[in-house]
Design a protein around this ligand. Structure first.
Ligand code: NAP
Length: 326
């Protein structure tokens, strides 16, 4: 792959993916993004940055996207919206990536690698999962009627080198450091199997490198798959939390409502109810637990031990991260 395009090459997963590809022979990266400076100075060197050019994604103009994608071997699409907000929906996000896939096809891109979510389904009650399933179906359909190849990778959570990159665990630790009670919705029995961002980047990068193969659809999960109760009790113990982690039996919207004072304080959305519902949905673990790649990946528990002193020291705003880029 001489030249690749990545949605958000300076953002979270995209930054690590850029690093992986540029360290493994890729000559240049086109970043399709709102960002012109990296989300964090960590990961990319100035030499890496000199090989990355940025252009804004204009989903309203397939022609413009096509022009920009000319000469690109592989498109890595991580584009997505975390919450449905201000009238924007996951279904609309799926329509937008469809335009991008069609532009890639017309531009002669050899392969698209798309990051989805574990256990997608078109009939899921969760808009995130339904939207991803729709985007996947568009990609399959576009590739079936062209020579463009595709792969789909499916994470359910991504933790990074730095605690602040891992919003869920960082902000849970932030709450644990400050409050006597950390209430879980329901019984906290659902399994969660996140992946380290470097393993996610490697999986996407390696699938891109085999650009003559198609139809790979793989979980992007790590080796540890704790229940919510196990995970948050362990996190609480590691960061020296002030109180107890308790399965409340309460519905997610009640737990969400209880965190509103934190939102007023931070101007953020600590717990989006849809997000929390998805976490408690039983859809956040690998479909193929016997996938041999999973065992060799970085351990979530080890990561918690490594970064415990930093985890939750500062609050990380999802709104700032995903909705304000300046
Ligand atoms: N992070 C997780 O825990 C997690 C869990 C399950 C699945 N995933 C999936 O894995 C992929 C990578 O996730 P990530 O957290 O690493 O994402 P990310 O790098 O922060 O963002 C990926 C891309 O989406 C764009 N984007 C995000 N929010 C946007 C918004 N509100 N408006 C316009 N563009 C927006 C970013 O644009 P800019 O470059 O302009 O910022 C970037 O191009 C995504 O497809 C996500 O759905 C992630």
């Amino acid at each position: 792959m001489n030249r690749v395009a990545i949605t958000g090459a300076l953002s979270y997963t995209g930054r690590y993916l850029s690093k992986y590809l540029l360290s493994n022979g890729t000559k240049s990266v086109l970043s399709l993004s709102r960002r012109t400076i990296p989300l964090s100075s960590h990961v990319l060197s100035s030499s890496d940055l000199s090989k990355i050019t940025t252009t804004t994604l204009d989903f309203n103009s397939r022609e413009k996207m096509e022009v920009e994608l000319k000469g690109v071997d592989v498109l890595f699409c991580t584009y997505w919206i975390r919450f449905e907000r201000d009238g924007d929906t996951h279904e609309k996000a799926a329509e937008r990536v469809r335009e991008l896939f069609l532009a890639a096809k017309s531009a002669g891109v050899s392969k698209v690698v798309f990051s989805s979510h574990t256990r997608t389904s078109l009939t899921s009650p969760y808009s995130y999962i339904r939207g991803k399933a729709l985007a996947e179906s568009y990609l399959r359909s576009i590739c079936s009627s062209s020579t463009m190849n595709y792969s789909i990778v499916r994470p359910c959570g991504i933790f990074g080198d730095k605690p602040v990159e891992s919003i869920l665990m960082n902000n849970a630790a932030w709450v644990m450091r400050r409050t006597p009670l950390f209430l879980l919705a329901g019984k906290g029995g659902e399994t969660f199997q996140p992946v380290h961002v470097r393993d996610m980047a490697k999986l996407m990068g390696d699938l891109g490198k085999s650009k003559d193969t198609t139809g790979e659809e793989m979980d992007a999960c790590g080796p540890d798959a704790p229940t919510a109760l196990e995970l948050f009790r362990r996190l609480n113990g590691s960061v020296g939390g002030r109180g107890f982690v308790v399965p409340s039996g309460l519905p997610t919207r009640v737990i969400g409502a209880m965190t509103k004072p934190i939102d007023w304080l931070t101007g953020d959305v600590l717990l989006d109810t849809d997000d929390l519902d998805l976490l408690g949905s039983g859809l956040t673990f690998a479909n193929e637990p016997s996938d041999p790649l999973i065992k060799g990946r970085r351990s979530l528990f080890q990561w918690i031990d490594e970064v415990k002193d930093e985890l939750g020291q500062e609050y990380v705003s999802s709104i700032q991260r995903y909705y304000k880029t300046k």
